[in-house]
Write a protein that binds this ligand. Sequence first.
Ligand code: G3H
Ligand code: 13P
Ligand code: ZN
Length: 324
Amino acid sequence: MIHYKELGFVNTREMFRDAMKNGYAVPAYNFNNMEQLQAIITACVRSRSPVILQVSKGARDYANPTLLRWMARGAMEMMKEMTDKPIPVALHLDHGDSFELCKACIDNGFSSVMIDGSHLPYEQNIELTRKVVEYAHKYDVTVEGELGVLAGIEEHVVSEKTHYTDPNQVEDFVKRTGVDSLAIAIGTSHGAYKFKIKPGEEIPPLRFDILEEIEKRIPGFPIVLHGASSVLQEYVDMINRYGGKMENAVGIPEEQLRRAAKSAVCKINIDSDGRLVMTAIIRKIFAEKPSEFDPRKYLGPAREELIKMYIMKNEKVLGSANKV
Ligand code: G3H
Ligand code: 13P
Ligand code: ZN
C-alpha cells in the first residue's frame, strides 16, 4: 500500500470546500502521456490553480498503471522545483467501473476515485458506490459517484440520449452511499460531437433548472460536470485545414460553463479539448514540415499550446486561477 499523502497529493475535500465558498470550479484534466501531464502541472502552477489529475481506465491500460503512478509522483517532484508554494493536486481515477479497480488505485497512491455505477439500476448503483466509499474513507480517499447517464460513450457504455439526473433521487443517493461529490447529467456529453445540430441551429442550453433543483435538495454539496469540453473551434478548424476531418464537432459554450462554475458545480472535467489541441498542432507541423521526424519537434510545440489552453480555461472559464 502506498498512501497518497506520502506522494504529496491531497484529496478533493478541501478543494471543493474552497471552490464552493468562492464560486469557481476545480479543473479535472485527463492525461495519458508525459507531455499532457507536464502541460497540466505547468499551466496550473503558472495560473495558481488547484488541479485534479484524471486517469481513466483507458489511460491505465495505455500507459501502464505503474508507470502512470510514477509519472504523477514525478510531476509532484517537478512542481517543487518550479515553485516554493506548491499548488494542491489530487490524483483521481476517472470513471472507475468496479470495486477492484477503485481499490487498486486507492492502494497505489490515488487520493480520489470515481465509481461510475450510473448505468446500473438505482439500488445496484447505491450498493456498489457504498462499498467503494467504505473502503476509500478508511484511507481518507474521497469518492465521486454518478446519477443520470450522459449521452455518448462512457467507458464503453453507449447511450443514445441523455438520461437526466432525477433530483428526487439525489438526497437519498448521497445519504445512503456517503459519497463526497456527485456527477450529474444536465445535457453535457463526452467527446467532440456533443450535439447533432444543423447549420444555423442553436446549441441546446444545459438544464440549469435541473441543477437548481438538485442544489435545493442537497444544499452545499459538491457537484461534478463531466463532458465539459467546449470543443474549441479554432483547433477543430486547424485540424480540418491540415488534412483532418472533424465535421460538426461542437461542445458546451464557455458562458454556460462559467455559469455552472459559479454554482454548486465544483469540478469540471475536460479531456477532449486537450486532445484537439495536440492533434491540431501536430497536424500543422506535419503539413508544414513534412521532413520532420524528431518527436520533440512536434510534441514540444503541442505541449506549449496545451499550457496556453489550460491557463485560458483556468482564468476565463473555471475561475480557478489565482485561488491558491
Ligand atoms: O470520460 C472519458 C474521458 O474522456 C476518458 O476517455 O476512456 O478514452 O481515456 P478514455
Ligand atoms: P470531454 O470529452 O467533454 O472532455 O469530457 C471529459 C470527461 O468527462 C472525463 O471524465
Ligand atoms: Zn467523464
